[in-house]
Design a protein around this ligand. Structure first.
Ligand code: NAD
Length: 441
């Protein structure tokens, strides 16, 4: 299903569509297909299931008008792609970014399906976003864009149907606006039953303790497991971090008590380096005040290449996709890549890392803490409960450690890489569900 809506009656100001980077990037859905094909061949996945999972179920495109602060009206384009709901309601984040496209959202939606299957949570996969640069808008414009997008999606989202969450450039405040707008569109007596239409909400608006740090917490639990398996000491380990937003900054702060040293950090404003370590709490305060890592006093500025080549133990990409490629993978000087971002490594980058003996904890396992705690938030809302932080963290640890072990054992059994092992775990689970349910009619 492809839907498109446009309110053409309103005068429209021309909106610039940002140009894509001139650097050659592989299409994200091609990357997903290559990853899926490799695992499907290896495990001999049922042909019908392979066809179904290679395709998205619904793709919704909305064009909607929003009045700017100065009275002009601009048209925005938003997407919601629902990849698969065999395991439960569609679930996945919303991102606000100039590079958001249908291709990107398709790939991100598929990765959500695999994450739910690996973590054994009853969610399918979806993703969405609006193609624009939120840094160029005031808070009130952001609110209007968010609310108008939610209204345009209408009942294409819903607490038992498709549940958005935060992603790049979206946060608890954005989720609160989505919640409020959605609730305004349902009859008053249904409103209290619909609070779980989004997750990642502020605590006061029905959010869960621990959701803000959940993705990072999951990454740290995975790294801890990997360190245990490899007799690797996190105390004193050097870490390179790309991205210092929700996932990156929380990961840095959660690694601090282990004695890990963050030696290099990069964000959209530039890259910084300090061999003695960059204090994540100090950097967090600096970034909150200055909107980026550039200019941080206790580190030197370095260029992108030098950042990539930093000698360290662990590289954590926590920014955008397609960062570790044929061109950049040869430059990494680390032992482990722990993927916080979705799709940071393309298949060529993967092959080079494997060839160089650099281990990799794949996104669909390593960053699944976010969707796992989103599931806990959704459950708490449905049951009118509010769990303590320790309970959330304990349950997250159990889920993600079990997922880690499933992937580790499958990877060993098939004698393959961790990403393919993770795909086999996900695809086997989905295959079993399709076999039991059959394909209608
Ligand atoms: P965010 O918007 O909070 O932070 C993004 C960070 O990436 C910022 O520090 C930004 O400056 C940096 N960045 C952007 N473009 C960059 C570039 N070209 N080079 C270097 N740095 C750049 O987003 P987030 O929620 O932290 O998400 C980061 C990644 O983690 C995304 O891939 C997202 O899909 C993934 N992820 C997020 C969650 C979640 O719960 N938020 C869950 C799972 C996966």
């Amino acid at each position: 299903m492809v839907l498109s809506t446009q309110d053409s009656a309103i005068a429209v100001a021309a909106r610039e569509i940002p140009e894509r980077s001139s650097r050659k990037r592989s299409s994200l859905s091609e990357n997903v297909q290559r990853q899926l094909d490799k695992a499907a061949e290896m495990m001999d996945l049922n042909t019908a299931v392979r066809k179904i999972l290679s395709t998205t179920m619904n793709e919704i495109v909305v064009h909607f008008p929003v009045k700017m602060d100065d009275g002009r009206t601009e048209i925005f384009t938003g997407y919601r792609v629902q990849h698969n709901d065999a395991l439960g309601p569609f679930k996945g984040g919303l991102r606000f970014h100039p590079m958001v496209s249908l291709d990107e959202v398709r790939a991100l939606a598929s990765w959500m399906t695999w994450k739910g299957a690996i973590a054994r949570i009853p969610f399918g996969g979806a993703k969405g976003g609006i193609q624009f640069d939120p840094t160029k808008h005031s808070k009130s414009e952001l609110e209007h864009i968010t609310r108008r997008f939610t209204y345009a999606l209408g009942n294409m989202i819903g607490p038992e149907y498709d549940i958005p969450a935060p992603d790049v450039n979206t946060n608890a405040q954005i989720m609160a606006w989505i919640l409020d707008t959605y609730l305004s569109t349902v009859p008053p007596h249904d409103r209290q039953r619909c609070v779980h239409v989004v997750t990642g909400k502020p605590i006061e608006a029905g959010g869960s303790l621990g959701r803000d740090k959940a993705t990072a917490q999951g990454i740290v639990y995975c790294i801890e497991q990997w360190a245990g398996d490899n007799r690797f000491k996190l105390d004193g380990a050097a870490v390179v971090l790309q991205g210092f937003g929700n996932v990156g900054s929380w990961t840095a702060r959660l690694l601090k008590p282990f004695g890990a040293r963050i030696v290099a950090v990069e964000d959209v404003t530039g890259s910084i380096y300090n061999s003695r370590g960059i204090d994540p709490d100090e950097l967090f305060r600096y970034v909150s005040a200055n909107k980026g890592v550039t200019g941080f006093p206790n580190a030197e500025a370095v260029d992108h290449d030098r950042f990539l080549q930093t000698r360290a133990d662990i590289f954590i990409p926590a920014a955008l996709e397609n960062q570790i490629t044929e061109e950049t993978a040869p430059k990494l000087n680390v032992r482990l890549v722990a993927e916080g971002a979705n799709g940071p490594t393309d298949p060529d980058g993967d092959a080079i890392l494997q060839h160089r003996g650099i281990e990799l904890l794949p996104d669909i396992l390593c960053n699944s803490g976010g969707v796992i705690v989103s599931y806990f938030e959704w459950l708490q809302n449905k049951r009118s409960e509010a769990w303590e932080l320790e309970e959330v963290d304990d349950k997250l640890k159990k889920k993600i450690v079990n997922a880690y072990r499933r992937v580790r054992e499958t990877t060993k059994r098939y004698n393959t890489d961790w990403r393919t092992g993770a795909y086999i775990v996900a695809l086997s689970h989905l295959e079993a569900v399709y076999k039991e349910r059959g394909i209608f009619p």
